[in-house]
Design a protein around this ligand. Structure first.
Ligand SMILES: Cc1cc2nc3c(=O)[nH]c(=O)nc-3n(C[C@H](O)[C@H](O)[C@H](O)COP(=O)(O)O)c2cc1C
Ligand code: SF4
Length: 426
């Protein structure tokens, strides 16, 4: 398929992470134009492009930027730009490659975003386990500072932007934006109720924009090519290209950039190489582990855009982390494994999430080990229903939705376990 590689154009180029190579391929070439524009002009391009945040929720990026109060209403407070590089959700592994292969693209995107936001301080908050990527980012920042691309008076434009890499301690919840902010401030990485939204009151109680790595990496292309060129890709409501990380029972797991709207089956077949020989599809989790699972019939009628997956399967595109499961998959074991993750990662603030995730995991262990009854499945469902939407942050729903959807869509697998049927039955 012929389309511009907005995010992956430099992947595979030797030393693509080094400044000289990045510059020779056009990175930072958009800066003079962007720094000559007014903040409003940059924001208008991003708004008109229809770019939606790639961290999972798909919130329109340009619109988010407009929520930052104007200078006269900020009481002298600075604006912060935070790049969310916490990427810890099972099944999602796109941002690490973006930062590893093309750190300067992200830095260029952050400089342009900082100009649009009248912001002079930015942080890349990166997951603790990605120390090797953090070192590469730090090296890229050092190169950019030495070349006058970061710091005071960037390229003589009068715009100042200081950028630091902040390494987290490896907690999934620190990917949630308010927890990320608390962690950056040196507090416990726990989410806060919204409102206030970070754009109005975020880091150090100042207006703060939190954007995903992939979102910010799109911005330079928008400046160079304009909003219309971006809108020409993908679908009307989900424009542009997107990174999809695909894992599980496919021949070619990996990260792929494709225009939004590609049929899901075509993506699995043509990009991920299809299933292993002799296997049939059992299920797909489309958007990172936190979204409802899909059946093969749903996969067949869905395209890879925000609307299609929601309308046709009641699930979400999320971060684009696709987990493909074939007919050898033990769905009970798969869900138990996921819940072990959520039970471990709950930050513990809300009772339904703190207690409920642990209970769901314990019940699932008993279902998996054939020690549970049908009544336990009822309890499991009730627990999930009582966690969803009853917590401070979306983590609770993220843990509940896999349980609800697995129990509904693959009910017979669970009944087999509690009624003594299926593989492994005595
Ligand atoms: C439990 C939880 C974990 C999250 N983890 C991430 C993450 O690792 N990376 C990310 O970009 N967004 C993550 N998010 C979403 C962020 O809160 C936020 O919406 C996002 O960074 C905004 O960026 P965007 O507008 O560019 O999508 C998470 C949300 C929740 C509820
Ligand atoms: S939902 Fe879970 S992770 Fe989110 S604040 Fe409550 S306890 Fe913490």
């Amino acid at each position: 398929m012929d389309f511009p590689r907005i995010l992956t154009g430099n992947w595979g180029v030797p030393d693509s992470h080094r400044l000289t190579v990045a510059r020779s391929r056009g990175t930072y070439g958009r800066l003079p134009k962007a720094l000559g524009m007014t903040p409003a002009e940059i924001t208008t391009i991003v708004k008109d492009s229809g770019l939606r945040g790639r961290g999972g929720a798909g919130f329109p990026t340009g619109m988010k930027w407009t929520f930052v109060p104007p200078a006269e209403k900020r009481n002298g407070k600075p604006v912060y730009l935070l790049c969310n590089a916490d990427e810890s959700e099972p099944g999602t592994f796109k941002d690490r490659y973006l930062m590893w292969c093309d750190p300067h693209l992200l830095i260029e995107g952050m400089i342009i975003a900082s100009r649009a936001l009248d912001c002079h301080h930015g942080y890349i908050y990166i997951r603790g386990e990605f120390r090797f990527v953090a070192r590469r980012l730090e090296q890229a920042c050092e190169e950019a500072y030495a070349a006058g691309l970061l710091g005071k008076n960037i390229l003589g434009s009068g715009h100042d932007f200081e950028l630091s890499v902040h390494v987290g301690a490896g907690a999934y919840i620190c990917g949630e934006e308010t927890a990320l902010i608390s962690s950056l401030e040196g507090e416990k990485g726990q989410p806060k109720l919204k409102p206030p939204f970070p754009a109005v009151e975020g880091a150090w109680r100042s207006p703060t924009i939190v954007n995903n790595v992939e979102t910010l990496s799109v911005v330079p292309w928008l400046i160079e090519n304009g909003a219309a060129a971006y809108k020409a890709l993908g679908t009307e409501k989900s424009p542009g290209t997107k990174l999809f990380s695909v894992s599980g029972h496919v021949r070619k797991p990996g990260v792929y950039e494709i225009p939004m709207g590609l049929p899901m089956s075509q993506f699995i077949e043509e990009y991920a190489g299809g299933l292993l020989p002799g296997r049939t599809l059992k299920a797909v989790i489309p958007g990172g582990s936190s979204v409802p699972v899909m059946t093969p019939a749903e996969v067949a009628k869905c395209n890879l855009d925000y609307e299609s997956i929601n309308t046709n399967a009641g699930s979400y595109l999320g971060s684009g982390g696709m987990i493909v499961m074939d007919d050898t998959t033990d769905m009970v074991a798969a869900l138990t494994n996921l819940l072990r993750f959520y039970a471990h990662e709950s930050c513990g603030q809300c009772t339904p999430c703190r207690e409920g995730c642990g209970w769901m995991y314990q019940i699932l262990c008993r279902v998996r080990d054939r020690e549970a009854s049908e009544q336990d499945l009822v309890t499991l469902r009730e627990l999930a229903d009582n966690i969803h939407s009853k917590t401070i942050c979306f983590f609770g729903a993220s843990a509940a939705m896999p349980v609800q959807s697995f129990l509904t869509k693959f009910r017979s697998d669970f009944l087999d376990r509690v009624q003594g049927r299926g593989a492994g039955a005595a």
